[in-house]
Ligand binder design. Structure first.
Ligand code: ATP
Ligand code: MG
Ligand code: ZN
Length: 265
């Protein structure tokens, strides 16, 4: 079975949690056929940058009428599977030589194989060498009309200003505990698993703003094949049980922690 964060990756704009300032603007632009040619997505890990880049790719190349992306046409399915010939995810960290970029520039000029848009998703864009950036610049200055670039990075301050100025920059934010717990609750429902609200809130807090981390933690709990409980989460993660912590807090408040801390309590 695939990892939950792959199965759980949104295939419709509505399923993207938070990031309203990003998704609403992009969605509207795509609906009006006014999609840009170069985007920079920055923000912490696991908050929806790659997800949103793939949604752009799906929306731009969806083959069905109606609300796009449909998520089910051949083109959408290929994007979801990572096998669409015109949607290229490139890890800039390992393809950052000038030759790599030159190669990319040559291919950018070719028409899309399936006749739609070509989407280049450059992950870890801050890892590109200066020379590679400069080679890319030429393409970003005059991208062919059928090409969309999405640069994704956790470190936007490392992107050259000349590149920055050619991209529409969208900043993704950390997600709140409540946003994370909310999606986890929906996932549990889909998977037919019972989960305590308190357990999901705890996972939401531990995920520290990253939906991917929240989903991975939930997956660990689901692997046990039992209901997801607060006590179960605490045990799985080696956290002190909340009752014991509450007891300590009460004792500390009463300036009476000594016996607890020394184990005599
Ligand atoms: N805003 C979100 N709404 C719903 N699900 C999300 C969101 N962000 C992340 N996820 C979930 O987390 C998984 C990983 O997210 P994604 O790959 O988009 O992160 P990223 O921002 O590109 O992180 P990285 O910087 O590590 O590449 C997705 O498959 C999805 O299930
Ligand atoms: Mg990513
Ligand atoms: Zn489709």
């Amino acid at each position: 079975m695939t990892a939950i964060y792959q199965r759980a990756r949104p295939i419709h704009w509505d399923e993207v949690v938070g990031q309203e300032h990003v998704k609403d603007v992009l969605r509207a632009a795509l609906e009006r056929g006014r999609v840009g040619h170069a985007y920079l997505f920055s923000g912490p890990r696991g908050v929806g940058k790659t997800t949103t880049a793939r949604l752009i790719a799906m929306t731009a190349n969806c083959e069905r009428d109606g609300v796009k992306p449909c998520g089910e046409c051949p083109s959408c399915l290929m994007v979801r599977a990572g096998s669409h010939p015109d949607v290229l995810e490139i890890d800039a960290a390992s393809n950052n030589s000038v030759d790599d970029v030159r190669d990319l520039r040559e291919k950018v000029g070719l028409a899309a194989m399936r006749g739609g848009k070509k989407i280049y998703i450059l992950d870890e864009a801050h890892m590109m060498s200066r020379a590679a950036f400069n080679a890319l610049l030429k393409t970003l200055e005059e991208p062919p009309s059928h090409v969309i670039f999405v640069l994704a990075t956790t470190e936007p301050e490392k992107i050259l200003p000349t590149i920055l100025s050619r991209c529409q920059h969208y900043r993704f934010r950390r997600l709140s505990d409540v946003e994370i717990a909310g999606k986890l609750a929906r996932l549990c429902e889909q998977e037919g698993v019972r989960a305590e609200g308190e357990a999901l809130s705890l996972i939401g807090r531990l995920a520290d703003g990253a939906m991917r981390d929240g989903e991975s933690l939930l997956e660990r709990m689901l692997a046990a094949g039992e209901d997801v409980t607060r006590a179960g989460v605490e045990a799985a993660l080696g956290l002190p049980p909340s009752e014991r912590v509450a007891e300590m807090a009460r004792a500390l408040a009463a300036r009476d922690a000594e016996p607890l801390l020394t184990g005599a309590g």
